[in-house]
Design a protein around this ligand. Sequence first.
Ligand SMILES: Nc1ncnc2c1ncn2[C@@H]1O[C@H](COP(=O)(O)OP(=O)(O)OP(=O)(O)O)[C@@H](O)[C@H]1O
Length: 309
Amino acid sequence: MNPVPAVEIAGLVKRYGDKAAVDGLDLTIARGAITAVLGPNGAGKTTTIETCEGYRRPDAGTVRVLGLDPVTQSAALRPRIGVMLQSGGVYAGARAVEMLRHTAKLHAHPLDVDALVERLGLGSCGRTTYRRLSGGQQQRLALAMAVVGRPELVFLDEPTAGLDPQARRATWELVRDLRRDGVTVVVTTHHMDEAEQLADHVAIVDRGRVIAGGTTEELCRGGAEDALRFDGPPGLDLGPLLKELPPGATAAETAPGNYRVAAPVDPSRLLATVTGWCAASGILPERLSVQRRSLEDVFLDLTGRELRS
Ligand SMILES: Nc1ncnc2c1ncn2[C@@H]1O[C@H](COP(=O)(O)OP(=O)(O)OP(=O)(O)O)[C@@H](O)[C@H]1O
C-alpha cells in the first residue's frame, strides 16, 4: 500500500474578509477508499476541497494531495486527479458527449466513453450543448468528466445534489466501481444517508473544522444506541419525561413538533416509557419510530443542532 496518504491537511485556515470559512481544519484521507466530508451548508466543505484542488491558496496551514502541494505543484498534480465542482467548470457551448470524448483522449487509460454515457443516462444528450442540458444532466456530465480519465483520486462536491433517486443510485454505483478499481474518492455531502450508504470513512465538518471522524460504525457506536423519534404538538415540556428515564437520557425537540429521545435502556423499555408518558399527558405521538443511532444523531450530540440546515 502506498504510504503517502491521498490527502493530508493540517491546520488549514481560509478566510473570506474577516470570516474564517475554514478555521484550523485537520484531515487525513486514506487511499483506495471512499471518504465523505459531511457537514451542513456553509461548514467549509467546498472551500476545503477547492483548496485541495489548487483553486484556493491557504491563509495558514498545509495541504498535500498525493504528497504534492496543490498550488506550487499543480502541473504535476492535475493529471492525477479528477474534479467535479459544485457548478460550472464545463464550457457552456460545448457539445456534451464530444466534450467527454475529447477529455478522454487527453488521458492515457480513459474509461470507455460509450459505457460511461450509458451508465449515467446521458445517451440522449449526444450533440446537445452543455448549457441546454437539464440541471441533472449537467450534474451527471460533470461527474463523467471528472472520472473519464481514470484518475488516482477524485473529488466530488455534492455529486447528487438535485438528482432524482434513480440518477442518485447510478452515481453511487459509479462511485463504488471507482473504489473497486482502486480510485480514492472524496465526496462532500450534507446528506447523512449518502455518507452512510457510500463512505468507508466519514469526516464531520462544522464551522470550518473536523469535529469527528471514523467509519460510520465507529462514529455511531458511542452514546445511546437507539433513538426514539415522534411528532407531536410543538413546545412540549420534556422535563417530566426525562425524570422517568435513567441518567444519561436525552430528550430534545429537534425541529418544531419533532422529538427525539435517547436513553441507555432496552429499546422496548424506552418505547414503553415514552408512550406511557404521552398517554398520561394526553398526547398522541405520531410517526413514532425507534432507530439505530445515525450520523444525524452523532451530529446532533456534537453540536446540539440538526445536520439538515
Ligand atoms: N468566495 C467567497 N466569498 C465570501 N465568502 C465565501 C466564499 N465562498 C464561501 N464563502 C463562505 O464561507 C463559508 C463556507 O462556505 P463553503 O462553500 O466552503 O461551505 P460548504 O460546507 O461547502 O457549504 P455548501 O454545502 O453550502 O456548499 C460560508 O459561510 C460561505 O458563505
